[in-house]
Ligand binder design. Sequence first.
Ligand SMILES: Nc1ncnc2c1ncn2[C@@H]1O[C@H](COP(=O)(O)OP(=O)(O)OP(=O)(O)O)[C@@H](O)[C@H]1O
Length: 306
Amino acid sequence: MTVVDADVDFGELDRQGGLGVRCLGVVHLYRTFEGHDVVALQGVDLSIRPGERVAFLGPSGSGKSTLLTLLGGIQRPSAGRIFLGDSEISRLPEPELARLRSRRVSTMLQGATRNLLPYATARQNIAFARLALSGAERKQAVPERELLARVGLASVADQVVSTMSGGQRQRLALACAVSTGPQLLLADEPTSQLSHEDRDAVISLIHELGDELGTTIVVVTHQPEVAATFPRTITMKGGRVGLEGRDGAEYVVIGAEGVVHLPTHLAEQWPQGTLVRIEPEESDRLVVSRSAEAVGGAGEGEARTE
Ligand SMILES: Nc1ncnc2c1ncn2[C@@H]1O[C@H](COP(=O)(O)OP(=O)(O)OP(=O)(O)O)[C@@H](O)[C@H]1O
């Protein structure tokens, strides 16, 4: 099934463009039923500019979904600070946080049904997503049927969610998330259950939201084809920002207090505890040398950074 039925703009909602995001030393722990603590994030420092589009990548368990829910104000971090624009959401009182969540930030959780009312129709779900908008804002917003047509759901507008296919639910969840014209869209694997054709159309819709409203967009994905449409990628590794990609080139990020993750292939050769010396060579290069002891007295190994 093809998704694109018609070009649609996102209405006349009076928004101020995208929200910037800043994380300072964000740590998040989960307490399991057995009483153990699981460290999901261990010191995330990150800035995303207003209107920027970013894909979060990384292996399963690296903390992508946790970070997304913290940015969306769904969970509060165990430690550290998170700013959306000028608001420090990690300290915002609950009523203000709820207002921010319902009007300025849309979070699409992993698994479409977690974002939808299963016994309501597609149109009712969109109306529900817009409940926090003012009457005037609702009038200005793109009509429900038009938005549903945009994600290929015009024919099931009055169908109950529980009778829809996985792909239809996924597209409806996206329609609900964009229906309020958010300043920040956070989407956890929005294309995971879609055909290639539908995946491409859904990603186009997400980028159109950015083009038309200047929305800041953060998408978690395991799909390289989806990541390739984003000018910036952030690869999470062990609860921290590991690598950053800009326009296809990958960079290791220097974290707080000068901490640097080695690229995976080097980390295997240079294991934890290896003694190294780091020295500047010219203004934009560092030379990392293994100690003679670390290479068994066979001379010094070397890695260069530029
Ligand atoms: N509710 C929870 N209770 C306990 N531990 C949790 C909970 N949610 C996540 N975790 C743990 O936190 C860590 C980070 O999980 P998270 O889901 O954020 O990673 P992820 O990179 O999004 O993984 P995936 O790609 O599989 O979704 C993992 O070790 C995970 O097992």
